[in-house]
Write a protein that binds this ligand. Structure first.
Ligand SMILES: Nc1nc2c(ncn2[C@@H]2O[C@H](COP(=O)(O)OP(=O)(O)O)[C@@H](O)[C@H]2O)c(=O)[nH]1
Ligand SMILES: [Mg+2]
Length: 267
């Protein structure tokens, strides 16, 4: 399965070039369709690191996109995913904290697009490297989110994930959606799975998020996602004529899981 790797980056000089080079070194070439770095308006050496790699010309499929103004991590991911040419996306943080060696393991769990099985496989960091206060804040946020959304995900903020491109693009988009992907994939009728992944310390630069801002924005988003979850219906398509055409993938997956069709008009 060929994959488009999408890496959002904001001021990741000292990290981003190394991460891209490492990705080409450790992900098998037959799996690695392209690597898209989305620069969210960095004002450090981030563009120079990537442009130098592109000019060197020995990393096939390396692409660089840059926003005219800072628009946020989720928006940068969406820019890369819209530009991607392969049906499967792998995302990683641009600071090198995720380990590209985990991409093949996550891909091995992912179902082929349109077939039964997980449409998203998320990494779960088992050896968190963040400082104590961030780990505690992250644990609290995950606990609250799981209690409300029941997405059964112990580490939704982990940046390394693989998923179907089309399924992502069909989700209603909002800033910070990247922290709610498991819950939203489930809401839209997809199976999700998780795999333990490696977490590494930041080598250069600083974190872009403070605990307080992340907590406040996270709470606000949690209300929105909860509302969306309760107000979303995923119908099973039980007729699709003329006969011989395939019923929609989603309907066949629901059928395979033995789910009864929802009553029409039920809300
Ligand atoms: N495009 C974009 N990327 C961002 C932004 N803020 C953070 N990032 C990237 O998102 C990833 C995670 O951010 P980071 O600051 O490392 O968060 P932490 O590891 O949770 O402290 C890194 O690759 C950042 O470069 C942003 O506003 N825009
Ligand atoms: Mg980080």
């Amino acid at each position: 399965m060929r994959v488009s790797v999408v890496i959002p980056a904001l001021n990741e000089a000292g990290n981003i070039g190394r991460l891209v080079t490492e990705t080409y070194a450790v992900v098998p070439a037959e799996m690695l369709g392209e690597v898209i770095v989305v620069d969210d308006g960095s004002n450090d050496g981030t563009p120079d690191e990537i442009k130098a790699l592109i000019q060197a010309g020995n990393l096939p499929g390396l692409r660089y996109l840059r926003h005219g103004a800072r628009s946020g991590q989720s928006t940068a991911m969406r820019t890369g995913i819209l530009a991607a040419v392969h049906p499967v996306i792998a995302t990683m943080d641009g600071d090198g904290q995720n380990d590209p060696r985990d991409i093949p393991k996550l891909l091995a769990r992912l179902a082929a697009p349109g077939t039964a099985g997980p449409a998203l496989v998320g990494g779960i960091r088992t050896n968190r490297q963040a400082e104590g206060s961030k780990r505690i804040a992250s644990r609290a946020a995950n606990w609250i989110r799981d209690a409300v959304l029941k997405d059964n995900c112990p580490d939704t903020g982990c940046g390394i994930k693989v998923y179907w491109r089309e399924a992502f693009l069909r989700l209603p988009f909002f800033t910070s959606i990247h922290r709610y992907l498991p819950a939203l994939f489930q809401t839209y009728g997809h199976d999700v799975a998780y795999e333990p992944v490696n977490d590494r310390a930041r080598v250069a630069g600083v974190s872009k998020y403070s605990n307080l801002v992340r907590a406040l924005v996270g709470l606000y988003d949690l209300f929105g996602v909860t509302w969306l979850r309760y107000r979303t219906r995923v119908p099973s398509i039980v007729a699709d004529l003329p006969e011989g055409r395939q019923v929609s993938d989603l309907a066949s997956r629901m059928k395979a899981r033995g789910e009864p069709p929802r009553k029409s008009g039920q809300d």
